[in-house]
Every structure is written in structure tokens, then in C-alpha cells.
Write a protein that binds this ligand. Structure first.
Ligand code: BTN
Length: 229
């Protein structure tokens, strides 16, 4: 599925560089000076993490589920490494209550651009990021190139399956890995919506039971609804 790989010491953002390359390319950088996440957020991109982007032709079934399926594929790889990640809808992986991986999906008329930031060997993060690396969990040091090549295999497998069968092939498994399932959450869309997180709809949309009944959402950020006092 991936035909060329560009490995850089430094990039502004791999997510920008990938847009100038043919489909089925992969760009990796050891660090990024302008790494970005969803909703224009900054992505902490110091040496030690794995930062890469890939480009694909459009034509996937249930395209809205792409970030979720990519997070799932990275999660399956981490499980193979003996870790127990959970998926925070719609694009994050968490380990021990902290963010270990984020996925950014963008598109043009013909292409999809998927960016993955995986915290690998970092020893610490600014407190406010509430982030963690694989190394902070396992005590091991990971070799970026080995991780990336294996990870690309997992991703290729998941993407082929999504193309062939759509999100239904993943729904049950991803639901079982969902953070906050059956708990009361606030979804910022950006308007806040409160509801019980029931699971996922057939295309990967989020299913909430709100005061007005069952509703599905394709965008937004969820957090646990906390009661103070
Ligand atoms: C998020 O959690 O909001 C998504 C983070 C995505 C970060 C990756 S790192 C590689 C690629 N290049 C970027 O600038 N962003 C993505």
C-alpha cells in the first residue's frame, strides 16, 4: 500500500509536506517545528516521538471513521507490544489515563492525508499536556524505524479492510476499546452536549443518549462530565 518513504531529521509539519507528494507516500520526521493537531492545536513534537503522515486516494467506505480506524490500528500494534491502550473518540489513544497517540485526518478533492503522532521514547512532557510515552509506561527504549515499519503493516491491513468492508468490520472491536463507554460525557462540538456515551453508529459516528434522545455526532471532543462539590 505504501510505495515511498521519506525520512527527515526535521520538518515544519509532515502533514504539510505530504501534500506535495504522490499518493501512497509516507513522510516521517524526527522532530517537527510546527507540528499540529486537530482544531488548529499545537502538537508537541520533540525528538523521541514518532511523527509521520501518509497520503491515500479517496474512495474508502465510511470515510468519517478513518481517524478512528487509524487509532485502532496503532492500538492493535501497541497491544502486540504488551500494552493496553484505549481509544478516545475520535482520534486519540490513551494509556494509563494519558494521551499517547493522536491522529489528524485531512482531505482534498482526491486525496486523504493521515498524520500520526505517537509518543515513543520521551521521558517527560509539560504537565498540562497530560501526555505519556510508551517508554514511560514500559521502561523500554524503542527503535523508531522498526516501530514505523511494523506499524505501517498494521495500518495497511486496517485500511485495506476499511476499503473492502467499511466500518462494520471494526465496530464491535473499537467499541470494546472506547474510553468513557456508558459514562456521562460532555461533547464539545464546539457547543457542549451532555449525554451517556453508548457506543458508535454504523459509520463510526459517536452515539450519545442525550436529554432529547439518541443522537449521533461526527465531530467534537469528549471529556468526562465531572461533578464538583
Ligand atoms: C491530535 O491529537 O489532535 C492529532 C495530532 C496529530 C499529530 C501528527 S504528528 C505527524 C503529523 N504532522 C503534524 O503536524 N501533525 C500530525
Amino acid at each position: 500500500m505504501f510505495e515511498r518513504l521519506l525520512w527527515l531529521e526535521e520538518a515544519g509539519s509532515t502533514q504539510d509536506l505530504i501534500k506535495g507528494l504522490p499518493p501512497h507516500s509516507v513522510v516521517v520526521a524526527k522532530r517537527q517545528t510546527s507540528g499540529r493537531g486537530r482544531m488548529g492545536r499545537h502538537w508537541h513534537s520533540e525528538v523521541g516521538g514518532l511523527y509521520f503522515s501518509l497520503s491515500l486516494n479517496r474512495g474508502f467506505k465510511d470515510e468519517v471513521s478513518l481517524p478512528l480506524v487509524v487509532a485502532y490500528a496503532v492500538g492493535e500494534y501497541l497491544k502486540k507490544e504488551g500494552l493496553k491502550p484505549v481509544i478516545k473518540w475520535v482520534n486519540d489513544l490513551y494509556l494509563m489515563g494519558k494521551k499517547v497517540c493522536g491522529v489528524l485526518c485531512e482531505s482534498s478533492r482526491d486525496r486523504l492525508y493521515v498524520g500520526v503522532g505517537l509518543n515513543l521514547n520521551q521521558r517527560e512532557f509539560p504537565e498540562e499536556l497530560e501526555a505519556i510515552s510508551l517508554s514511560m509506561v514500559s521502561g523500554r527504549t524503542y527503535r523508531e524505524v522498526d516501530m514505523l515499519l511494523e506499524l505501517l503493516d498494521f495500518l495497511a491491513g486496517a485500511l485495506e479492510l476499511l476499503k473492502r468492508e467499511g466500518f462494520r468490520a471494526f465496530k464491535e472491536e473499537i467499541e470494546s476499546m472506547l474510553l468513557y463507554r456508558d459514562q456521562e460525557v460532555v461533547l464539545y462540538t464546539p457547543e457542549p452536549v451532555v449525554g451517556i456515551l453508548k457506543g458508535l453508529d454504523k459509520d463510526g459516528s459517536l452515539l450519545l443518549i442525550t436529554h432529547e434522545g439518541e443522537k449521533t455526532f461526527t465531530v467534537g471532543d469528549i471529556s468526562l462530565r465531572l461533578f464538583v462539590g
